[in-house]
Design a protein around this ligand. Sequence first.
Ligand SMILES: NC(=O)c1ccc[n+]([C@@H]2O[C@H](COP(=O)([O-])OP(=O)(O)OC[C@H]3O[C@@H](n4cnc5c(N)ncnc54)[C@H](O)[C@@H]3O)[C@@H](O)[C@H]2O)c1
Length: 429
Amino acid sequence: MSALTVSDRFHNRTARVAVVGLGYVGLPLAAVLADSGYEVVGIDLDQTKVEAVNQGRSYIADVDDADLLAQASRLRATSDYAVLGQCDAVSICLPTPLDPEGQPDVSAILASGQEIARFLHPGLVVVLESTSYPGTTTELLLPRLEAAAQPQGWRVGEEFHVAFSPERVDPGRTDWTIQTTPKIVAGVTESCLAAVQAYYGPVFETLVPVSSPSAAEMAKLFENTFRFVNISLVNELLLMCDRLELDCREVLDAAATKPFGFTRFTPGPGVGGPCIPVDPYFLAWKMKSIDAEARFIELAGQINAEMPRYWVQKVQDALNDAGKPVKGSRILVLGAAYKPDVADARESPVIDILQRLLQKGAQARYHDPYILSLTEMGVPLTAVADLEEEVQKADCVVIATAHTVYDWASIAQGAALLVDTGFVAKRSS
Ligand SMILES: NC(=O)c1ccc[n+]([C@@H]2O[C@H](COP(=O)([O-])OP(=O)(O)OC[C@H]3O[C@@H](n4cnc5c(N)ncnc54)[C@H](O)[C@@H]3O)[C@@H](O)[C@H]2O)c1
């Protein structure tokens, strides 16, 4: 397969492409690649996901079964990397969590790099989508591919291409889609950039080329660090307003009337999800590895981590004012997901709130229309079934995750005491 032929196949949508990792990022990406006309094969080690995709069953909220069924003739899945031998491109969407010591865990990228290297062939375009620290594409992925290419005399930018293009999907969001959100692309060489542009050009509305994979990796980390730091800043505003006996919502509403130079963030129980509480630490780790600091990240992490304790104290104070101890009180926490309208409790600060309440001897329980049991708690906790009845029975109701399906007015009316972490009840009243 010559590079020119591959480029033609991208152009006329007859290319065969692969997506490695069919999770929150990989499955939606595979679906849009198929939708744009490519023949797509998803590769995942999890056999249940492979089977689900092959049966047209989605397990990701942002992808409907109907989308998978509509693409069934162009989208299939396997656990066997050998399919790469027949592919023109591969997008890597593998997890990049923090390990138990809080260090970047890039083991999935390394393992998959070895596998891709086994099936490397002239014309293949390899694109890393996973979030990671600057240098991951060129210092970790590329050498594994080059080791396999060298005996054949294949060179990056000549016989094969390597690029980085960070995924920016925001689960649950509908105003911006994968296709309409501008997509950053960067190649290891100029021709690698041209190759990823040829591959992604027919799929995404806007490609944003940058000069190097490291610049693109840094841009992605900065986007999420920006949110991480600003959420911590607005959480600190809440802590400051509390001490000054000011209404934080009023202060924020007033500040947000400035038509320029201000972006509104809302205080809450902290940060959660697979990205915002994780990605900044990839950057902090990278800076530490070169004996430098990421000071805002460390401070923001401390403030965000303090929020669950702050909210549990608010519950304690509210009960105290009503003459009740936390111990033995019936407390209903509304929403367990890390953000509204998603069925995902990964790294959710609500888990910390529930754990703290249980540790204090409260009869803590939760309701979430999308998360029926919380395995993240260590001890599995099951969501209460009858919301209205639980609101009536609870000594205190805590609004933790503001799913839009909740009727705040009736919850506020039914609750004996209400602790509202995001000013939602007030806002909708
Ligand atoms: N979830 C998000 O909202 C989001 C948004 C933007 C970027 N990201 C980034 O995208 C990347 C993927 O995240 P995700 O949320 O989709 O992860 P995920 O855990 O949902 O999915 C990863 C998939 O990879 C599979 N897998 C693991 N090792 C494998 C291997 N060696 N070979 C083949 N398959 C393997 C797993 O079985 C799983 O299905 C991460 O770097 C993440 O930071 C995630």
